[in-house]
Design a protein around this ligand. Structure first.
Ligand code: GAL
Length: 991
């Protein structure tokens, strides 16, 4: 049947509630009998006959994927086609190896009333399927991500029915469903059958038109009716958000096609900031006035356009603070549940994400309904990607691109555009239709874009693929690019741009990434035509290895034995496959915040970046910290209008006591909303200053020194330290505690010049370019030392030689009369050497010291290029919890701006590190950098035997422009010509 809007019909007015299940529909979800064949030739024949004996068959859950229920192997590939290297094929041919899933289900159709029409719907089946009902052939469908509706009025029976479906893993459609995802097969969305009455609203198209200042609107309805119109009537009611009826049309005589207008004064406009929805009710009555069908439809009044090269929502310049979202779950794959969608929409709202691109296919209808209600802008993307047909190994190589301008692909891609638009057109949240992803250029995709424009002039059309093929540049209304570096975005914007600009993909959040994100968000204020971007991407596409065991271990491409595969590239999310927010979210939330808060002496300046809402729904909470401890907390109401900036004076005590002060301001929800509880923080800002004062010195502690042949031993009233001439420095810190002597130093601290490579590092060959620093870290040796045992404060300094390098960093330890061990590591700087990943010292202490507390930036992991979302404070965490669930172990757990850090056991016994001079960078992990670097999945990490504490003068950023070559931005590199010095003190605590 033709594609149509996703409205839901109810049999009467009482039951008719938007979002509720209709009693006209019967779900066919559940257990189905199932048979898997390895090829088309081996599939069962004649199985759709009603007498077919399926006793020997297995069974399967619908909706769900075959491969995730033990039928066939999971396979992940990115751009290459999944049969590459197995079968040599060109479009439209399909592989011999082609799983065929045969599904059978007996059901009795309770709603059948012998009138009207019965329609069978499959909301999503990958990639192609045939359907039979009661032994009769019903039809065939492709396009995995839009519904297939079949009229089965003639075939359906009272009593028992047998539904048979055969699903093909590969079809000609596989050439245009080459998205970067797990290639999975099956009936993965709902199946249902519907009894439609004798007169049925087949299609509904809601449009909103406005006068110039949006003070009045006309709601236009295009209706298509099927069935007996003679004598029938249609009523239309419109109610506002409070339920009050504001417009109505009654007793209109029913026609096959109807155009209706309703005038609405002063409509409350829809936006993601304030997603006001109106309730439309369509009532179809028979000639006696009895209700045949009632259709509740939620409507948003909003206007989206390009004017003077700017994308405007309700007349204002819109910014997309977006994310790309695959429908995904670690256990269910793309067959996501309502609860998961709800979690996702709430997560986006809580973290200041205001837009979602449905990369790279139309999603379940429920998702758009949630976006309408909660307020998210949507780019709805057609199910089209043919990446492997025109790109090879990252290079544009259009030897046999599809669909290009080939006539044989035209209807099928246009049908995809049509199926998406017709289903989704009434969702206020959708602002932009996207022609698909990475399918090169050509006439066919241009024709898709023209179809969108003609059928729905109220939205814009997006297509990034013309970046590589400008033959049909008008395919896209906006200039959309992906992974363009910030400086290249600026080059577009300063070079006579003809279209507004968005990044449909940016900030490749693979592993430890999202560094330098602010270089993009900074462009928002600099260039009007820069209108935001969409992070790649929302959720790691990693699959549970053994979901039934309760284990959270996940696998990436190749780990199921799938060949070919594209490895860990499926894991680029800001949330894990289990929907745990990653540490990258801190930065996303910070940079996407709708208010800038800039505290300064006496107050805070609040800039409201919203287009439509004031700050009145939020309470301004402010806190004053002294050396990390809160000394004041208060709050007040504000009312800064959308687009305005205001200075709010704060009642603050005079900061006289010496120390470091931090004034922090937050805007927090006053009352609970659909998406967060009262108190939820939406925006944050802080400022730091110091008040000088006299330093009171404690009485000097007595020290006893033993200058042995090999070791320098120093005893203080609290601990005994030992420094080895041979092992290069600090070899022991012992304390007496509860009749035992405890040792804190498992191995002498080691200099580190290297970090465990991140996904981004591997992608840009950082290991190759900076390899000297890996051998330097691993293989340095002593070059000389000096001991001063006779002074008041004994000390030892070592010089180290680095393999192949003419540079000798030093590390010195001095036990002070303040009872502290003062550590200094110096790197003098050198010419002609590659940049340094890091310079610091790595301590190995007992695993018993399994937690840390620090005063620095947090609470989550941060790096010099990813700290805009972090704040100063005293934070604590378990050492093992400091390893994020990156699919491949890598550098992690770092904190910048650390003033002091304590690593202790449960009883508080451990070591304290305190900066002397510049704050340092700190991490405490259960693994060494070398152990992290060597493992290719978390399961390969060794059993925990130690806590590794790293104190660094500086570490380079993590980058994130992309993960296949983009370097960390220069300003976040460490030039090896620069001298670096690390100074801190160390002492045992808790004794
Ligand atoms: C883009 C593509 C995405 C994803 C990303 C890399 O080219 O559109 O689907 O593959 O690269 O992770």
């Amino acid at each position: 049947m033709d594609a149509h809007s996703d409205h839901v019909a109810f049999p009467d007015l009482h039951a008719a509630k938007a979002g509720e299940p209709s009693t006209l529909r019967q779900s066919l979800n559940g257990r189905w009998a199932f048979h898997l064949a390895q090829s088309v030739a081996a599939r069962p024949q004649g199985f759709f006959a009603t007498e077919y004996d399926m006793a020997e068959w297995g069974d399967i859950e619908v909706p769900g994927y075959m491969q995730l229920q033990g039928y066939g192997c999971n396979q992940y590939v990115n751009t290459q086609y999944p049969w590459d290297g197995v079968e040599e094929l060109r479009p439209p041919h399909i592989p011999e190896a082609n799983l065929v899933g045969s599904y059978l289900r007996d059901f009795s159709f309770e709603k059948l009333d012998g009138t009207g029409r019965v329609v069978l719907t499959f909301d999503g089946v990958e990639t192609a399927f045939y359907v039979w009902l009661n032994g009769e052939f019903i039809g065939f469908s492709e396009d995995s991500f839009t519904p297939a509706h079949f009229d089965v009025t003639e075939q359906v029976r009272a009593g028992s029915n047998r539904l048979a479906v055969q699903v093909f893993q590969r079809s000609s459609a596989s050439w245009i469903e080459d998205q970067d995802f797990w290639r999975a097969t099956g009936i993965f969305r709902d199946v249902w059958i519907e009894q439609q009455p004798t007169l049925h609203v087949e299609d509904l198209f809601v449009k909103t038109d406005f006068n110039d200042d949006f003070s009045a609107a006309v709601l236009r309805l295009d209706l298509k009716l099927w069935g007996e119109t003679a004598g029938a009537t249609v009523d239309v009611f419109l109610a506002d958000a409070s339920g009050a009826q504001i417009a109505a049309l009654s007793g209109l005589s029913a026609q096959a096609g109807m155009d209706l207008d309703l005038k609405v004064e002063a409509p409350d406009l829809w936006s993601a900031e304030k997603p006001t929805l109106y309730d439309l009710m369509l009532v179809v009555r028979d000639k006696d006035g009895a209700v045949i069908e009632a259709i509740p439809q939620r409507i948003g009044f909003r206007h989206f356009e390009i004017k003077d090269k700017l994308m405007l929502l309700n007349g204002k310049r819109i910014i997309f603070n977006g994310v790309n979202r695959h429908e995904f779950d670690a256990v269910r794959g793309r067959s996501v549940t309502y609860e998961q969608m709800l979690w996702d929409v709430r997560f986006c709202k809580q973290n200041n994400i205001n837009a979602v691109r449905t990369s790279h296919y139309p999603n379940q209808s429920t998702w758009y309904r949630l976006c309408d209600e909660y307020g998210l802008y949507v780019i709805d993307e057609a199910n089209l990607e043919s990446h492997g047909s025109w790109m090879t190994d990252g290079k544009v190589d259009p030897r046999w691109p599809v669909p290009d301008s080939l006539p044989e692909w035209r209807d099928c891609v246009l049908d995809r555009a049509k199926s998406m638009l017709e289903r989704d057109k009434n969702h206020a949240s959708i602002l932009i239709w996207s022609c698909g992803n990475e399918s090169y250029g050509g006439k066919n995709i241009f024709d898709m874009s023209e179809f969108f424009r003609q059928r729905d002039p109220s939205r814009l059309v997006h297509y990034e693929g013309i970046f590589h093929d400008r033959r049909y540049n008008d395919t896209s209304d906006m200039e959309s690019q992906m992974y363009t570096k910030p400086q290249d975005v600026e080059a577009y914007l300063t070079n006579d741009p003809q279209k507004p600009f968005i990044l449909c993909e940016y900030m490749h959040a693979m592993g430890n990434s999202c560094g330098g994100f602010h270089l993009y968000t900074d462009l928002i204020d600099k260039y009007d035509l820069y209108q935001g971007g969409f992070i790649w991407d929302y959720i790691d596409q990693a699959l549970a290895i053994d979901p039934d065991s309760g284990s959270r271990a996940v696998a990436y491409g190749g780990q199921f034995g799938d060949r070919p595969h594209d490895g860990e590239f499926c894991g680029d999310g800001i949330v894990t496959a289990w929907r745990e927010p990653s540490t990258k979210v801190q930065e996303v939330k910070g940079l996407y915040q709708p208010f800038d808060l800039s505290p300064e002496a006496g107050g805070v300046s609040i800039r409201n970046k919203n287009l439509f809402v004031s700050s009145a729904d939020y309470r301004l909470v402010y806190r004053l910290l002294l050396d990390g401890e809160e000394i004041l907390s208060a709050s007040l109401d504000t009312n800064v209008a959308a687009g305005d900036t205001a200075f709010i004076a704060l009642d603050l005590p005079k900061a006289t006591k010496a120390g470091e002060y931090v004034l922090q301001c937050s805007l927090c929800l006053k009352t609970s909303t659909l998406w967060a509880d009262a108190g939820h923080e939406i925006a944050f800002g802080e400022t730091v200053w110091c008040v000088e004062g006299d330093v009171k010195l404690d009485a000097p502690v007595p020290l006893t020194c033993q200058n042995g042949d090999i070791n320098l031993g120093v005893e203080t009233p609290h601990y005994r330290a030992m420094f080895s001439r041979v092992f290069g420095g600090l070899s022991s810190i012992k304390v007496d505690h509860s009749d035992a002597s405890l040792e804190f130093i498992l191995r002498p601290p080691r200099l580190v010049f290297w970090r465990a490579l991140t996904d981004n590092d591997r992608g840009c060959q950082l290991g190759f370019d900076l390899a000297v620093w890996k051998s330097a870290s691993h293989c340095y040796k002593r070059a000389g030392f000096e001991v001063d045992a006779n002074s008041d404060e004994p000390s030892i300094t070592h010089r180290f030689a680095l393999p192949g390098l003419k540079i000798e960093p030093t590390v010195s330890y001095r036990v002070g009369r303040d009872g502290l061990i003062h550590v200094e590591a110096d790197f003098a700087g050198a010419e002609d050497l590659p940049d340094l990943p890091i310079f610091g010292l790595e301590f190995t202490v007992p695993a018993r010291l399994d937690r840390f507390r620090y005063y620095g930036l947090g609470p989550d992991e941060n790096y010099i290029d990813r700290l805009r979302g972090a704040r100063l404070g005293v934070f604590e965490k378990g050492v093992e919890d400091n390893v994020p669930a990156y699919l491949v172990p890598q550098e992690c757990g770092n904190r910048v701006g650390v003033r002091w850090a304590e690593v202790t056991d449960e009883a508080g016994l451990g070591l304290r590190f305190a900066s002397e001079g510049q704050p340092f960078e700190f991490s405490a992990l259960p693994y060494t950098m070398m152990e992290l670097d060597a493992a290719y999945s978390p399961e390969q990490l060794p059993a925990v035997t130690q806590t590794v504490v790293r104190i660094a003068a500086r570490q380079m950023g993590v980058g994130g422009d992309d993960s296949w070559g983009a370097p960390v931005h220069d300003r976040y590199h460490i030039k090896s010509s620069e001298a670096l010095s690390l100074k801190f003190s160390l002492c045992p605590i808790g004794v």
